[in-house]
Design a protein around this ligand. Structure first.
Ligand SMILES: NC(=O)c1ccc[n+]([C@@H]2O[C@H](COP(=O)([O-])OP(=O)(O)OC[C@H]3O[C@@H](n4cnc5c(N)ncnc54)[C@H](OP(=O)(O)O)[C@@H]3O)[C@@H](O)[C@H]2O)c1
Length: 381
């Protein structure tokens, strides 16, 4: 397995085995199979509720001489469902180690940037990071890092961190490349590791398929290879042995400049991706406090807000509920502030015009024409 050298000179496998949604015996068997086939990076998280099943697999593989502990790279992540802080981090880390049946972790990440709308995330991330640094100093974690941290989260963390993060696990794929964030990570010696890199969007397949055919590979292989060419580490999850093998066969071919450029052009706009911490928490907070009735009452310009909601639903027939709420949330955010300044009016236009023009464009080019605008900036307005 090819490795990537981190800024602290440690190595991380360029391809990792993802375990999100794997559970129970199925999870244990899948991890054992993956290790037997040659996967060395195993990715999990407290939130996946499968650490103990992975622990069983690791234990089995070591006891049966399938692999040595030092050949494995075990990564887990702090739970993101509640704010963490110093003491909880130490406690959560020890519980994870126990479930994973290991004496040390190869990497440990803050799963989400403790995003909260009131700004308390800054202190929470600082305290959490202090605990991670302490565990690192004790040799209990080989590499410390973060996940889903955006530029402003990293900037804030770097202000006080004594040991810089070396990893940032991010949603990165041909349709969501987060170039600015990836460049920022590189500049600061933080290795991006991509999750959900395998594209399933139908509109993108017409670009990916001819490239896949030319190389006699599958679309998942092209997506993962693209990630490697971009310098990302990549993760892939499956419990199907053939797919495990397929996903490993990405180191013996290269995409040419023309193919890379075609895939680059698939990058789409942020509103298509719900996994942006601030926006996501914003939505959750908003949705939690908002019943259908209060939503309608609260909105001053009912028509303008409700119409795009249905429009989006109509345009993206396979859109999920969170995505709809995300669009609505963005729209409300922009609409409420539209008259405050020239800049805000611009944001309003960026947010609103696409909603009414989107269908025509989407049919011909795919949803990639809306400039990336900064959700955090919008939230602060
Ligand atoms: N840091 C974070 O916040 C975060 C968030 C999400 C995920 N992750 C990590 O990243 C890992 C990867 O992300 P993911 O699991 O969401 O998505 P993924 O690895 O991109 O795969 C998603 C789906 O693709 C299918 N698949 C995999 N290889 C295939 C192949 N060769 N051909 C056809 N289908 C294939 C799998 O289905 P089958 O299982 O049915 O084969 C799987 O359900 C996760 O497992 C997790 O460890 C991290």
């Amino acid at each position: 397995m090819k490795n990537i050298i981190l800024s602290n000179k440690n190595k991380v496998p360029a391809l990792g085995f993802g375990t999100y949604m794997l559970y129970g015996e199925n999870c244990t068997n899948a991890v054992i199979e993956a290790i037997k086939l040659g996967y060395r990076l195993i990715d999990t998280a407290v939130a996946y509720k499968n650490e103990e099943f992975i622990g069983t697999a690791i234990d089995y593989c070591i006891k049966n001489n399938i692999v040595k502990r030092e050949e494995l790279f075990i990564n887990t992540k702090l739970c993101h469902h509640e704010p963490i802080g110093y003491q909880n981090t130490i406690k959560s880390f020890r519980e994870s180690m126990k479930r994973l049946k290991v004496e040390y972790l190869d990497s440990y990440l803050i799963h989400w940037p403790n995003a909260t709308k009131d700004g308390s995330w800054k202190q929470l991330n600082k305290e959490t990071w202090e605990a991670m640094e302490e565990l690192y100093k004790q040799g209990l974690i080989k590499n410390i890092g973060v996940s889903n941290f955006e530029i402003h989260h990293l900037e804030e963390l770097l202000k006080t961190a004594k040991i810089s993060p070396v990893l940032n696990q991010l949603n990165l794929s041909p349709v969501w490349q987060q170039k600015q964030l990836v460049d920022f990570c590189r500049k600061h010696g933080i290795q991006p590791i991509a999750w959900q890199t395998i594209v399933t969007d139908e509109w993108a397949k017409s670009t990916l398929l001819p490239i896949a055919c030319k190389h006699s590979r599958s679309i998942p292989q092209i997506c993962l290879r693209y990630g490697l060419e971009k310098g990302w580490g990549v993760l892939a999850k499956t419990d199907v042995k053939d797919y495990m093998l397929e996903n490993m066969a990405i180191f013996d071919f290269k995409l040419n400049d023309d193919e890379l450029a075609k895939i680059d052009s698939l990058n789409s706009y942020p509103a298509n991706h719900v996994c942006q911490p601030d926006a996501l928490y914003g939505i959750l907070e908003y949705v939690e406090k908002t019943t259908a009735k209060t939503l309608i009452d609260e909105v001053k310009f009912k028509l303008f807000n409700v119409v795009p909601f249905f429009k989006v639903k109509y345009i993206y027939r396979d859109i999920n509920l969170y995505q709809i709420k995300y669009y609505l949330f963005n729209f409300l955010l922009v609409w409420r502030n539209k008259f405050k300044s020239k800049e805000n009016s611009m944001c309003y236009l960026l947010g609103f015009i696409p909603l009414i023009k989107i269908k025509r464009k989407i049919d011909s080019t795919g949803p990639k024409f809306i400039p990336e605008y900064n959700i955090e900036k919008l939230c602060r307005m």
